[in-house]
Design a protein. Structure first.
Length: 301
């Protein structure tokens, strides 16, 4: 999977600036073109914008001023030889971001998140949350100053549930790890009601049934381990890939693994826009994006 065009919306906040650093870094690695976009929120329909898109002179002047401000924010990226387009538009922010992503053929959208822990204080209906739910291309969310922009990533963690969207995520993670010279960990989590050392019989389950459950657990683990090994070999032949299987709640195990292993990036596959729109809140992706202290890349299946 290649990245040729990156879109990074800016609101001139510190989290936004941090996201721009990461977007510029990715653009440099991939040799991609970076579009930095500021959207001036307007009421819809706006009295100074005609149905044909013609704007009042004062709004044209304001957008040009904003465009220069975007260009100034990108000065370091330009100095690092990144190809940058600075843009400013007026309208409903989510619509403008998604419209520009579609028009540009963006391969990746990079967004900063607000709050002490990623999305922990995210307000439902915010721009970032809506873009995450509706974007057709992968989206990278960058927590505010969780870590300085990693140059390059050192360790990537990719969740694997053996779905088609999970395959897409592994492919993206592998290409990024190869470009960055990073290690890659693949983690499959099996939903399980007890922690590693807990024996069902201690909760009143008869010994025979407890043994059957333990045998079933080993069966699931063996099968998942074999499938992960095959995926790892296909994704990065000869590369630095490790695999592991955990039992528990997927988002809890994934976040624990990211913290324990010092992951610089978590990669998740998410299903098509329809199911994400309906089920994003309460899903594994939602919990991970809200609580991760490192950037999270969601890849659409």
């Amino acid at each position: 999977m290649d990245v040729k065009r990156i879109l990074c919306p800016l609101d001139f906040s510190e989290p936004s600036a941090h996201a721009l650093e990461q977007a510029a870094q990715l653009a440099r690695w991939y040799g991609a073109r970076l579009t930095a976009l500021h959207v001036r929120p307007t009421v819809v329909p706006h009295p100074d914008i005609s149905p044909e898109g013609h704007m009042a002179p004062w709004l044209v002047t304001e957008l040009e001023t904003l465009r220069h401000r975007v260009a100034a924010a990108c000065s370091e990226a330009v100095a690092a030889s990144v190809q940058v387009d600075a843009m400013a538009s007026a309208g409903e922010p989510v619509h403008e971001i998604l419209s520009h992503a579609d028009t540009l053929g963006a391969d990746l959208i990079v967004l900063g998140t607000h709050g002490l822990s990623g999305f922990r204080h995210l307000v439902l209906g915010s721009v970032t949350e809506k873009v995450l739910r509706r974007a057709a291309c992968p989206v990278l969310t960058v927590p505010p100053r969780a870590r300085a922009a990693i140059s390059p990533f050192r360790h990537l963690l990719c969740a694997v549930d053996f779905s088609d969207c999970s395959d897409q995520a592994v492919t993206f993670a592998a290409t990024l790890a190869q470009r960055a010279g990073a290690s890659l960990s693949l983690l499959h989590v099996i939903e399980w009601p007890w922690h590693e050392s807990t024996i069902p019989e201690t909760l009143g389950v008869p010994v025979a049934q407890a043994q059957a459950m333990a045998d079933y657990r080993r069966y699931l683990e063996t099968g998942a381990t074999e499938r992960l090994a095959a995926i790892a070999t296909a994704a990065m032949p000869g590369g630095r890939v490790t695999t592991s299987v955990a039992f528990g709640r997927p988002y809890v195990e994934l976040l624990d693994a990211a913290r324990r292993d010092g992951a610089d990036l978590i990669v998740l596959g998410v299903r098509g826009r329809g199911s994400v729109d309906l089920g994003f809140f309460g899903s594994t992706a939602n919990h991970v994006v809200r609580s991760a202290t490192c950037p999270v890349l969601t890849v659409r299946g």
